[in-house]
Design a binder for this molecule. Sequence first.
Ligand code: NI
Length: 391
Amino acid sequence: MNVQQLAKEQENYVIETRRYLHAHPEVGEHEVETTRFIVGELEKLGVPVETFEGITGCVATIQGGQPGKTVMLRADIDALPIQEEPGKSYCSLNPGVMHACGHDCHTAMLLGAARILWAHRQELKGTVKLIFQMAEEIGRKSEEYVKRGALEGVDAIFGMHVWPSMDVGTVNFEGGERMACSDRFTIQIKGELSHGSAPHLGKDAILAAAASVMALQSIPSRQNNPLNSLVVTVGMMNGGTKENILCDHVELVGTVRAFNREFRKSMPQRIQQVVEQVVAGYGCTAECDYYFGPSPLINDSEQLNRLAQGAAEKIMGEDSLVPCVKTLGAEDFSVYMEHIPGVYGYLGIRNREKGIECIAHHPGFKVDESVFWMGAGIYVQFAVDYLEENA
Ligand code: NI
């Protein structure tokens, strides 16, 4: 199967499909029309598609002509609550909602891949499943599909993201740490009310909270091995009612970004320990709550890394693979990788000559459309090669 050629033949389809999706964005968990559209495109081909009770998105199954393993290809489908900058002929028609992270691209490329895989299913040595996942921007909503059994019988999963800091024509599949976890902590600090002019008669939760915010930075700087990237950010600090009332309750909300799985597991205890001790010095008490969001995304399957790199080279050429530094952003693709082996990469979309260099999650986000056939091709080539090698 000459996947590169087949992918080029789908170029117009993928471009048109992506433009349609771009014009009709929906935010996470509300991708009703998007799901309807995807299901429609797949059913037009005759591909069996499964939807799930209570959630948007869907899973398509393409059974090959020969028995073998099952590989899943993943695209996310949700948009963001951003008002798009005008200018594109296919600009968002939904006010305040925009595909500003390129998930419309992922969806369109995977639909392009579906057409190729379906047409050539007799040649496949196993089964390819396509997951069109809702709500990537929300947290770890990918878990909803796991709970509903979508990974049952799946041996490996593949995903990628269009990447605005890489030139079009380049691609990155790299072993090791790629993205961090994205966890959330909430701390309730309790003191005692008093008149603001008589602080000695109360316990100042504001002062205790301020000290806690400072002390929390000792976790990355003193408890963590400096060779491990770790971020602890307090992004919200809410408390107080009036300038002359000593505040008795402050809520702190923050995020933890880490790659090291063991250290991450210990974060709830570390936060609790630091904050409890600090606020005790101010006569206050604290309750800490920790929510484990998407895990760190670590490409730790050598076989899958090699297959992904090989697939990218076959489609985009030998010089297309480039390094790309890891980021402390997060991606709920990692939730699938908690259950089955997976690999995740980045597809360059920047083209400075065409003025396409805007960052993601921005109202001016743009994508060089010449990438689309390549993305569709990599999806297909990875699936074909994985099934072939594991037959
Ligand atoms: Ni994204």
